[in-house]
Design a protein around this ligand. Structure first.
Ligand SMILES: [Zn+2]
Length: 137
């Protein structure tokens, strides 16, 4: 599988660690959005799109974030997540799409970071795209 296009949307002003969003096209036929370029402790890395995992409160039945200690609706103490689910990010976040081998992970990361550096070298630009109708002031 080949990455045929990477589009970068710089987000340098919005947070300290999040640097950009990437939209990546595979084989001219499949697009993954919301891939993030994040400044980590040992440099930039690419984070795959993820959502917070949810669980249901045993008392009030409302949805609460996995990994929360207390229900933010009724305040009841929640049971800890099962220990056999691995590292904590795995239990609190679910990747929506991700590479399943190191080789492709490295390839994806280098393509995204290349595009990010290219975009930064171009400098900030005012761009209005159909995909982001909200105008930022
Ligand atoms: Zn509750």
């Amino acid at each position: 599988m080949e990455i045929t296009e990477v589009r970068i949307s710089l987000r340098e002003n919005e947070g300290k660690r999040l640097k950009a969003y990437a939209t990546v096209t595979f084989d001219n036929s499949f697009v993954v959005k919301n891939i993030k370029v994040v400044e980590g402790n040992s440099g930039l890395f690419v984070a795959m799109p993820a959502r917070k995992a949810k669980q249901f409160c045993p008392r009030c039945g409302k949805k609460v974030d996995m990994g929360s200690h207390y229900c933010n609706h009724c305040g009841v103490q929640l049971p800890p997540p099962p220990k056999d689910l691995g590292p904590s990010r795995q239990t609190t976040h679910q990747d929506l799409a991700h590479p399943i081998n190191q080789e492709f992970r490295d390839y994806l990361q280098s393509k995204v970071l290349d595009a990010y550096h290219r975009e930064r070298a171009l400098g900030p630009k005012e761009e209005f795209t159909k995909e982001s109708p909200e105008v930022q002031s």
